[in-house]
Design a protein around this ligand. Sequence first.
Ligand code: A3P
Length: 320
Amino acid sequence: MAFEYIEITDPLFVQNLGKCEEDDYLMVRAKQYSHVPIKIPNWVPQAHCFSVDFKNHEKDLLEAEVYPDDVWVISYPKSGTTWVQEMVWCICNDLNFEAARANSLQSRFPFLEASSFAPVSFNTYEYARNTPRPRFIKTHLPVSMLPKRYWEVKPKTIHIRRNPKSVAVSYFFHSERFFYKCSMDTFLRSFVREHQFFSPYHAHVIEYHELQGCDNILHLTYEEMKRYLPAVVRKVCEFFGKSYSKPELELLYQHLSFKSIRDNPTLNREKPNDPIKTTPFIRKGETDGWKHELTPEQIHMLDEWTKERVPNPEHRKLFE
Ligand code: A3P
């Protein structure tokens, strides 16, 4: 077996079984990882949180095909993935906004491993496999779990990261929207214990940062996109060897604005049969919303979590 499965016995998790809808979670650790080009000495990957569905898709994941003309977007959840996907898709498709608006992002940009943790009505690996090339692939997988072919092929990839407190708040509202039944406080306590899908968050970010010889990966941050989108667009255009006129770029900035993304039904997915209209998928789009959405105690807890998980001062800078 390529993966080790670890039952979650943490008392908080056990105590909330049957209350928060996290009942089928389990931790998964990659056992074959010597092919990952990482600079961290004696690196051993940590276990990451998935659901029991993971077991049904081991083979799909291990054998996933990767092509040299693929474009991958990789992130920890709630880091601005959708925003980056739309930017990348438009830049790589001659700013074809009409086609972008006509087809859901999910169909243009398959989420590779969604079947490994969520009850999706189709096999997302199969969907990605059958997607015509050049493909655009979204994943939240940590470096240790990327399909082996990824490292042989090294397709062009954008990695995006976001401040941990923003991620934490956004992740709570996202989970609540889809399934989560407990409070923000309970969610945050389980998040810092690494028991939310794809956790641990810090390890995900540090490991992508510590890859070596991977000039196929362009690293971006949510905060730099918020600060000055044109500079990021310039970098991404250069990365993909694309060039657009000023008026064309103006249209792109407009297309990628928070308002436009929020009002775009191919991106801001309505929850089907949602009579009460829960928090939208594209919610607030702020860099420091957490300052008024979290209590001082919650901020303290998240800061202590980062201090504890990230002892290296160089790495700490990734989370400021
Ligand atoms: P919030 O929940 O803080 O609003 P992901 O796509 O990885 O799930 O990330 C979703 C987050 O990105 C949400 O954060 C969403 O609002 C934000 N986002 C999406 N498009 C954005 C844009 N154009 N400008 C700013 N934030 C955006």
